[in-house]
Design a protein. Structure first.
Length: 241
């Protein structure tokens, strides 16, 4: 299974779309948004908020890109070929989930490095480690959502669904702008979304607090829902491939 995981991760890392969407775009947006002071707070607070948001934005894009890759694999018969290998279906799904988490780590690290080295974000070592670790582990719900999209749709529809999820969830979840700047009805919905609670993991650590139990519970609920969706999509693809 580790060999398969390595193969899939290398395929994504070599994709030019991955480089642009999940590394370059979040970095550029981070530097621009920090200079524009989108939060209306002091520069350091703006840099911290935007750093966590853009790191999460890149990770969400990487996780969903993994799902698009699955849809493309179906179109060329790669999924059928995998069934000839000595890998159980659970191992394949687990490997693709881990692959999504592996490719989500570089954008998190890149934006956090830019925060510390370019915009002067100052945090304790424990806070840095906790932010990176929680943003990496917290991407799990989006990773399994990407799997479901990839197994359910063809390549073209998967790209559209991933793009809508990537931009829509990131915007509504507050990764780009604080939800206090949104209309009331949007601000009331945002805390119920997985991406808002995902970003909250890092924002609370940066504020010197622990992740909220409510936020963790909502994330866990979304993970369970998306995992059920991924299982359904995988079984459906197995019948139609």
């Amino acid at each position: 299974m580790l060999g398969y995981l390595r193969l899939e991760a290398l395929r994504i890392f070599r994709d030019g779309g991955y480089l642009f969407m999940t590394l370059i775009s979040p970095l550029v947006m981070y530097l621009v948004f920090t200079n524009l002071n989108v939060t209306g707070q002091e520069h350091h607070d703006t840099a911290i908020y935007t750093m966590v948001g853009m790191a999460g934005f890149g990770a969400v894009g990487a996780a969903l890109t993994n799902g698009v890759g699955i849809a493309e694999d179906k179109s060329v018969g790669w999924i059928r070929q995998l069934r000839l290998l000595p890998l159980a279906p659970l191992q394949v799904v687990l490997a693709r989930t881990l692959c999504a988490m592996v490719v989500a780590l570089p954008p998190i690290l890149a934006v956090c490095l830019a925060g510390g080295l370019v915009t002067g974000v100052s945090l304790g070592i424990g806070q840095w480690a906790a932010i990176v670790g929680l943003l990496w582990l917290g991407i799990g719900p989006i990773a399994v959502l990407g799997l479901g999209i990839g197994y359910l749709f063809d390549a073209q529809k998967a790209q559209g669904a991933a793009a809508v999820g990537y931009l829509g969830l990131s915007l509504i979840g507050g990764l780009w702008f604080p939800i206090s700047a949104f209309p009331h009805w949007v601000a009331s919905i945002s805390p119920l979304t997985p991406v808002n609670r995902y970003g909250e993991l890092g924002w609370r650590i940066a504020d010197g607090a622990y992740p909220s139990m409510t936020g963790v519970a909502i994330l866990a609920g979304w993970f369970a829902a998306f995992a059920a969706f991924a299982v359904y999509a995988y079984r459906r693809s197995a019948r139609t491939a």
